[in-house]
Design a protein around this ligand. Structure first.
Ligand code: ADP
Length: 727
């Protein structure tokens, strides 16, 4: 049953003359498209749906080409209206939705409210989707309000009231009817006059006001008869018939139903004709729909490819920017690195220079100190030798000790440097632990007396008599620890306890404990004191010290593979402990002792030339050599050496290196150039490692560092002379 509600087909287009423009051209002006839509609309009103659809299709094509969304929406709206008239509601809905899609892209609100109204009609009355339909009506009213178009609101209210009544929700629909009542005079037309009265009849019927209802229905039918709104009249007859049936006026009810059927049939047959006329066109309609879809799709794919190419362009630009940014960053990085590398190189050079300077400084200082110390130690020895009565002199032995201690301090500084550069190798000497401790105790007796301390020694009797190891470094460790204990203790006791804790093969593990009951070390300082040059709570008048002692101890113990442990309580005292393994091997010990004896018991009398510029050293060396019954001649410089060698023959030449006019290397070179093969031993205060290369290249046979143990000198002399004679 076809139902016709109030549809809006108001076109806001201004029609400026009209020409039949059915032909399609590529570029058509906006005005021409407007004319086409107007023509399509006119055909529609004449119920010439075929022509209306053809014209609107042409209009649509041009509107799409012109990208005019408002005209696209209007073309679709006319197409939808045509389908609606042909009762093709699904198609109508489809094209209304399309129209709405394009209308929403525009600011044109008038087309929006009419589209929503028409959609509301289809949803409520044809598709029976009431809520959706009401929603569309409400949107239509909102747009109408926006445009202050009360007439449109009026029409939509008619539709809403009818829709509510149609589903029996009279109370909800009544306010809309009331609004229609208030405005019917102003905005009403023939159609709404019929519908308004019919709806009032329905509402009165719902309220049980039969007379009133009867009255309204009759008014509606009369208004219908006076108009050509046959569709509305048919609904009035139908509703009236329902009412009459309810009030049991069956005869009249029947009559109204007959009238309803009559009009409906008429309308239906008219529609059939319309449909029939459009039937041949239906196929084309479908084709038409497809073509519209195609146009749309083309447009979509065009816009998609446009989008794609836009995306590609954007991506390209972005990637270019990123690449540019990366290149700039790379260049900056390279520059920064170059600069940084230069800085690093500079820093490295400075550091290397500083390290070289430090090494040179240490070697120069130690050389400068060693030379006079050689004199002090040598002369002390000479005094003791020549004046046997002084051998028991405490002063002389203290002098000897101090000189030796000073010498070892110089050596220590050199040593720390060497240990840090991994240049120190432990030596193997044979020693008696008890003797070493006694020497240390005696050496420090002046210090123990100064602070009124007692030194007690406890040596495990199980420790073998002779051990093999680096006794000099052990003495250094003990000397440092015991002298510290004596320095930081007053009127107390310093214990030296040595225990054999285990024996593994030939290795004897000795546990050393140096304990005092002096001032102690605060816990907070206990970690620091092993650092170089660190002294804690020092008062100037208290004692002399450099802050090097414990740092040397720690490093030396590291060479022995040992670690030092500290246990101290402030005010109570301090204990240092460590374990060192020493080898015990009788055969080896015997060899070491024999070697020394062999060297010392040589019966030969050799002629030795000493080349030395320092007068004290000349004296000391001469004494040492003559004491061993060798002949000794001394010259002051290299040139004098060359002169004497022209006339005299020597078994051995002892050559100082650091001499004015011509140094020891140069002198030796010239001696070799004279064809003299006599062994040359460098006697120098330089560190051995520093001069070895140059010494060898200039023809020097061996190096002895001053001050030296006489035994070592004679051992070398004997060895070199024997070696030469053997050739
Ligand atoms: P120095 O004794 O030349 O100052 P050390 O490296 O031997 O340097 O010692 C560092 C510091 O450790 C000392 O200045 C002292 O404060 C502390 N110290 C070392 N041994 C003892 C000890 N037996 N009792 C108390 N304090 C000590």
């Amino acid at each position: 049953m076809p139902q016709k509600r109030i549809f809006f087909y108001l076109l806001t287009l201004l029609i400026c003359g009209f020409n039949s423009v059915l032909g399609q051209s590529d570029s058509v002006s906006e005005n021409q498209i407007k004319k086409l839509t107007q023509q399509a609309w006119d055909y529609y009103k004449e119920s010439n749906f075929e022509k209306s659809l053809i014209t609107s299709r042409v209009a649509l094509n041009h509107a799409v080409a012109a990208k005019n969304n408002a005209l696209i929406a209007k073309s679709y709206k006319i197409i939808a209206g045509n389908f609606n008239e042909l009762s093709e509601f699904d198609k109508a809905l489809f094209f209304y939705q399309k129209a709405l899609y394009y209308a929403n892209k525009t600011e044109n609100d008038s087309i929006k409210y009419s589209l929503y109204n028409n959609l509301g009609n289809i949803y409520c009355f044809e598709k029976k989707q009431f809520d959706r339909g009401i929603n569309c009506y409400k949107k239509s009213i909102a747009y109408s309000f926006k445009l202050n178009n009360l007439s449109q609101i009026y029409f939509t209210n008619v539709n809403m009231a009818w829709a509510y009544f149609d589903v029996g929700r009279f109370e909800e629909g009544y306010p809309y009817l009331k609004f229609v009542g208030n405005n019917v005079e102003k905005y009403g037309d023939k159609s709404t006059e019929i519908v308004y009265n019919m709806l009032n009849g329905m509402y009165s019927n719902y309220c049980g006001q039969n007379t009133k209802a009867d009255d309204y229905y009759l008014k509606a039918i009369e208004a219908g008869r006076n108009s050509d709104e046959e569709s509305d009249l048919s609904y009035a007859h139908l509703e009236y018939s329902k009412f009459l049936t309810k009030v049991e006026r069956y005869k009249e009810a029947y009559e109204n139903l007959v009238l309803f059927n009559k009009i409906t049939e008429k309308l239906y047959s008219q529609e059939k004709i319309k449909k029939a006329s459009a039937a041949g066109f239906n196929l084309e309609l479908d084709e038409y729909k497809r073509q519209i879809d195609k146009i749309e799709n083309e447009k979509t794919s065009q816009s998609q490819s446009l989008k794609k190419s836009r995306i590609i362009v954007i991506l390209f630009v972005l990637i270019s920017f990123i690449l540019l940014f990366l290149i700039i960053t790379l260049i900056q990085n390279i520059r920064f690195k170059k600069k940084h590398n230069l800085e690093l190189l500079e820093a490295k050079e400075i550091a290397e220079e500083a390290s070289l300077l430090k090494t040179q400084f240490i070697s120069t200082i130690s050389h400068e100190l060693r030379t006079p110390l050689y004199g002090v130690v040598g002369i002390t020895n000479m005094l003791l030798e020549e004046h046997k009565e002084l051998s028991r002199s405490q002063h002389l032995s203290s002098l000897k000790f101090s000189a030796r201690y000073l010498l070892s301090l110089v050596n220590d500084i050199l040593q720390i440097n060497k240990i840090e550069e991994n240049k120190v190798v432990l030596e193997n000497l044979t020693f008696n632990i008890s003797d070493e401790i006694t020497v240390i105790k005696n050496s420090l007796s002046f210090l123990s007396k100064k602070n009124n301390n007692k030194i007690s020694i406890d040596i495990d009797p199980n420790i073998p008599e002779y051990l093999i190891g680096d006794k000099l470094r052990l003495s250094q460790i003990l000397m440092n620890l015991v002298s510290n204990a004596l320095k930081f203790t007053k009127d107390g006791e310093v214990e030296i306890v040595i225990k054999l804790i285990k024996v593994e093969g030939k290795m004897n593990f000795l546990d050393f404990l140096i304990k005092d009951n002096g001032v102690g070390i605060a816990i907070i300082d206990q970690g620091k004191i092993f650092e170089k040059f660190v002294q804690v709570g020092r008062k100037d008048e208290d004692y002399q010290g450099t802050g090097l002692g414990l740092s040397i101890v720690k490093r030396l113990l590291g060479l022995f593979g040992s670690v030092i442990t500290l246990d101290s309580d402030l005010g109570k005292g301090t204990s240092f402990t460590f374990v060192i393994p020493f080898e015990h091997d009788l055969a080896k010990t015997k060899n070491i002792i024999n070697e020394i004896e062999v060297d010392l018991t040589s019966s030969e009398i050799y002629n030795i030339l000493v080349v030395e510029d320092n007068l004290i050293n000349q004296l000391v060396t001469k004494k040492i050599i003559e004491k061993n019954n060798y002949n000794c001649k001394v010259v002051d410089d290299g040139f004098a050496a060359l002169r004497i060698l022209e006339t005299e023959v020597f078994d051995m030449i002892l050559m100082d290196i650091n001499m004015p006019l011509m140094n020891g290397f140069e002198t030796t070179k010239r001696i070799r150039l004279m064809g003299i093969e006599t062994p040359v031993v460098a006697l120098t205060a330089f560190d051995k490692d520093e001069i070895t290369d140059e010494a060898i290249s200039s023809g020097i046979n061996d190096i002895i560092i001053k001050p030296f143990e006489p035994v070592k000198l004679f051992k070398i002399i004997n060895y070199l002379i024997n070696e030469k004679n053997a050739v």
